[in-house]
Design a protein around this ligand. Structure first.
Ligand code: B12
Ligand code: SF4
Ligand code: SF4
Length: 303
C-alpha cells in the first residue's frame, strides 16, 4: 500500500487536489445485507467474502452519483469513494457522520459501520437554501469500556486500541497483498477468502443498529456470492472466475489472488475431499498458487 505514503501531502491538504477547495461533503452509503445466515457464512466448507463485496462494485455505483452531486452544486468539484488520497474517516468524523472506533472504522451511532464513505470536494461557494440546518449532531457516542473488536480479531491486528497493523489484517492479506501470505497467519484466517468483517460483526453498534441497505445492487444474488463452496471455488478457472465476479469488487484481487486465498481456506477446513483439486494446483504453472496449495495439502495431511 505504498500509495498511502506517496500522496501524504495531498491527504493533509485538500487544496492540492482541487485548487481553492472550500467545502467537503461526506456521504455514507449502507451496504449491509442481512440476507445470508451466519451458519452458512461460518461453515468451514465455504469461503467467506466480506459483506461490502457481496453485490455490485461500489466504485461503479457510487462514484458517478457523487460526481453528479458535485457538478450540480458547483462548477469545480471532485469526488471519490475509496480511491482518492483523502482521509475519508477523519473527514467523516469531522462532518458529524460518526466516531472512529477502536476497530478504526467510522461508526454511526444509530447505523453501525457497514457503510461506504464518499467524499466530494467543492471549490465554489455553495448557494445554501433557506431550509433550516439540522441541529448540530454530536459526532461521538464512543466505545466506552468495550473492547470486543480487539479481542475478536483472528490475527491480533490491533497492537493497541484504534491502531491497526495492516500487515496482519485479513483484509490486507486477502486483497491488497499480491505475494505470499505469511505462513504463521494462514491458520488464523479461517474461511475468509476476500476481506474480513469480524471486528465489525462483534461491534455492539453494528449488532444493535445494522439495517439492510436500500440499494438492491449491494445485495448478493444468492448465498454462493457471499460464501461459495470451497470445492467449487477450487475448480474455477480464470474464465469461470471472471464471469462470476464481473462487475464486483472481487476483480481487484483477481483470479490468482482469490485462488491463493481459497487454498488457505481449504487447508483450514482440512477435508481430504479438497486434495485432488489442491494437488492439481500444486503442480500448476502459477508459483504463488502452487505454494499455497502445497501448504494446504500438508495441513490436511497433518490432521
Ligand atoms: C488503506 C485502507 C485499508 C487498509 C488499512 C486500514 C486502516 N485501518 O488503516 C486495509 C487494507 C487493512 C483496510 C481494511 C478495511 N477497510 Co479500508 N481503506 C483504506 C483506505 C483506502 C485508506 C485509509 C487511509 O488513508 N489510511 C491511512 C491513515 C494514515 O489514515 P486514517 O487512519 O484514515 O486517518 C487517521 C490519521 O490520518 C489521523 N488524522 C486525522 N485527521 C488528520 C488530519 C491530518 C492533516 C493528518 C495528516 C492526519 C489526520 O487520524 C485518522 C483517524 O485515525 C480507505 C479509503 C480512504 N481514502 O480513506 C479505506 C476505508 C477506510 N476502508 C473501508 C473498509 C470498509 C474496510 C474494511 C471493512 C473492508 C473489509 N471488510 O475487509 C476493512 C476494515 C479493517 C479495519 N478494521 O479498519 C472503508 C471504511 C468505512 C467505515 N465505515 O469506516 C473506507 C473508508 C473505504 C470507503 N470509502 O468506504 N482498509
Ligand atoms: S478486518 Fe478482520 S483481521 Fe482486520 S482488523 Fe478487523 S477483525 Fe482483524
Ligand atoms: S467493538 Fe466495541 S471497542 Fe470495538 S469499535 Fe465497536 S464499540 Fe468500539
Amino acid at each position: 500500500m505504498a500509495y498511502l505514503e506517496r500522496e501524504a501531502d495531498k491527504r493533509s491538504d485538500p487544496r492540492l487536489l482541487l485548487a481553492g477547495a472550500r467545502w467537503v461533503v461526506m456521504v455514507g452509503v449502507s451496504y449491509d445485507s442481512l440476507a445470508v445466515p451466519a451458519t452458512l457464512l461460518n461453515d468451514p466448507s465455504r469461503g467467506r467474502i466480506a459483506r461490502y463485496a457481496w453485490g455490485a462494485d461500489y466504485h461503479d455505483l457510487i462514484t458517478p452519483r457523487l460526481r453528479g452531486l458535485g457538478e450540480w452544486a458547483s462548477a469545480r468539484s471532485r469526488a471519490w469513494v475509496d480511491t482518492g488520497p483523502v482521509l475519508e474517516r477523519a473527514w467523516a468524523a469531522q462532518a458529524g457522520l460518526g466516531f472512529i472506533g477502536r476497530n478504526t472504522c467510522l461508526i454511526h451511532r444509530t447505523r453501525g459501520s457497514y457503510f461506504f464513505l464518499g467524499a466530494i470536494l467543492i471549490a465554489d461557494e455553495i448557494a445554501l437554501d433557506d431550509t433550516p440546518a439540522p441541529a448540530p449532531r454530536k459526532a461521538s457516542a464512543g466505545c466506552g469500556a468495550c473492547r470486543r473488536c480487539l479481542d475478536a480479531c483472528p490475527t491480533q491486528a490491533f497492537p493497541e486500541p484504534g491502531v491497526l497493523d495492516a500487515r496482519r489484517c485479513i483484509s490486507y492479506l486477502t486483497i491488497e497483498l499480491k505475494g505470499s501470505i505469511p505462513v504463521a497467519l494462514r491458520p488464523r484466517m479461517g474461511n475468509w477468502i476476500f476481506g474480513c468483517d469480524v471486528c465489525q460483526d462483534v461491534c455492539p453498534y453494528v449488532r444493535r443498529y445494522a439495517i439492510p441497505t436500500g440499494w438492491p445492487a449491494f445485495r448478493p444474488i444468492d448465498a454462493e456470492r457471499a460464501a461459495p463452496r470451497l470445492l467449487d471455488a477450487l475448480a474455477w478457472d480464470r474464465d469461470a472466475f471472471n464471469q462470476r465476479f464481473r462487475g464486483t469488487a472481487l476483480k481487484r484481487a483477481k483470479w490468482r489472488g482469490v485462488l491463493r486465498n481459497v487454498c488457505v481456506a481449504a487447508g483450514n477446513w482440512g477435508d481430504p475431499a479438497c486434495l485432488p483439486l489442491l494437488e492439481r494446483h500444486a503442480r500448476g504453472e502459477d508459483a504463488l498458487v502452487a505454494e499455497h496449495a502445497a501448504w494446504a495439502i500438508e495441513r490436511i495431511a497433518a490432521r
